[in-house]
Design a protein around this ligand. Structure first.
Ligand code: AMP
Length: 411
């Protein structure tokens, strides 16, 4: 299918041409006509499928023909609500790129950054507003945002908004918009609670399911390492030294864990940066830009901070901690092998995480390959025999090369 067939206006098609988009992705092919027909839709699509453009393009198209002139004062007619600042920035960048040759204006508001510039921007008027829930409600309360003219409401990464406790805010925002609006709900996973939310706010929605979450990203080479918890940092260093090349995102469950690993990697002269919820917006953006621009090649992140972020050419994902929610595994490994490329996903599983691996394998319906040849096996029986043999060169009191090196390392 060609973009032309989706009946998009010339200025939009021109912007797509400049971005080298040759044809619509599957989610775009299915969602764009439904959105242009003003239907409510629920889209279940994995990250990297082109879902942002799947709603951004028809929204721009719908607004294109009836845009307000800046003189008359722009009324905000489309609102996109998403859970994290990084995602909001990325969505706004997408809207701006696709609307380059139109007069449509995109605004962006998110928490954790100064509110004054956002107020100034809102005073000038925007056609499309991208927002995280808390800051949106705050600015609405202060009368800087008027939602009375919203024609299309997008809830992006709806499942994560529920996970992050935004459900009440999302419902509040929905009620502040006119009841006859069009609502588009995008969610990588469709847990029961998202379905419930959808049922309560969408009217006769059309369902678009492109790649179920259970289908792990194609082209990802998945490898499992069983390793004792205290040895995970050593295993990371071992793999970074010997196996892994190129850019790497390492996922950790906690902010503390992210900071700790970052310090260790920096002390070992790796070019690493990190993002998590306790870092200021500017530091997070800096870390992200450094990674995108190749200043660093390792990014350590918590799931919440990394969700939905579009970073091209990630060669390897490391699941330093195994996620306890199986879908999170699919999201994480979806950061690599984007847009048809291939990539590696390495998972470090300690004894207490074996149950999570079982659930993940069930969800993706695949047994992940287990790499047994590494220096830190979980089960000591699998350690190289040579350590136990009498008369072997590893005599008592004599240190192996590996253990000598170990002493010099920092962690
Ligand atoms: P998303 O799933 O929205 O995060 O998009 C993933 C990546 O695909 C982004 O880098 C988009 O710029 C890119 N993309 C979206 N639509 C297309 C398309 N039709 N052709 C090529 N790349 C696309």
């Amino acid at each position: 299918m060609q973009f032309k067939e989706l009946k998009l206006n010339k200025p939009i098609v021109r912007a797509l041409f400049e971005k080298n988009y040759e044809e619509p992705t599957l989610v775009q092919e299915r969602a764009i006509p439904a959105i242009l027909a003003k239907k409510d839709i629920i889209v279940s699509a994995q990250t990297g499928t082109g879902k942002t453009a799947a709603y951004a393009l028809p929204i721009l198209q719908l607004l294109f023909d009836k845009q307000d002139t800046p003189k008359k004062g722009k009324k905000t007619k489309a609102l996109v609500v998403c859970p994290t600042r990084e995602l909001a920035i990325q969505i706004a960048e997408n809207f701006e790129a696709y609307s380059t040759y139109t007069n449509l204006r995109t605004g962006l508001v998110f928490g954790g950054a100064s509110i004054e510039p956002q107020k100034d921007m809102l005073k000038k008027g925007v056609d499309i507003l991208i927002a995280t829930p808390g800051r949106l409600l705050d600015l609405h309360k202060q009368d800087f945002i008027n939602l009375d003219y919203i024609e299309t409401l997008v809830l992006d990464e709806a499942d994560l908004m529920l996970d992050m406790g935004f459900i009440d805010d999302v419902k509040k925002i929905e009620r502040l918009c006119p009841s006859e609006k069009q609502t588009l709900l995008f969610s990588a996973t469709m847990p029961y609670k998202v379905e419930q939310l959808a049922n309560s706010i969408l009217r006769d929605p059309e369902f678009v399911e492109v790649a179920p979450t259970s289908s792990a990203a194609k082209g990802v080479n998945q490898v499992l390492y069983y390793v004792p918890k205290p040895k995970k940092i050593e295993l990371s260093l071992h793999l970074l030294r010997n196996t892994i090349k190129g850019s790497v995102i390492i996922f950790r469950r906690t902010k503390y864990g992210v900071d700790k690993l970052e310090k260790t990697l920096l002390r070992n002269n790796y070019k690493a940066g990190s993002i998590h919820g306790d870092k200021s917006q500017s530091l997070r953006q800096q870390a992200l830009n450094d990674f995108k621009n190749g200043v660093t090649n390792i990014l350590i992140a918590t799931d919440v901070a990394a969700r939905g972020i579009d970073i091209k050419n990630v060669d390897t994902i490391i699941n330093f901690d195994i996620p306890n929610v199986s879908e999170t595994y699919v999201h994480r490994i979806g950061r690599t092998a984007r847009a048809g490329a291939s990539g590696m996903a390495l998972s470090f599983c300690s004894a207490d995480e074996k149950g999570y691996i079982k659930d993940i394998q069930q969800l993706i319906n695949t047994a992940i390959y287990v790499e047994e040849e590494h220096p830190y096996p979980l089960d000591p029986k699998t350690k190289p025999e040579v350590h136990k043999k009498k008369g072997s060169k590893y005599k008592k009191g004599r240190k192996s090369e590996a253990s000598k090196k170990k002493k010099k390392r920092w962690y």
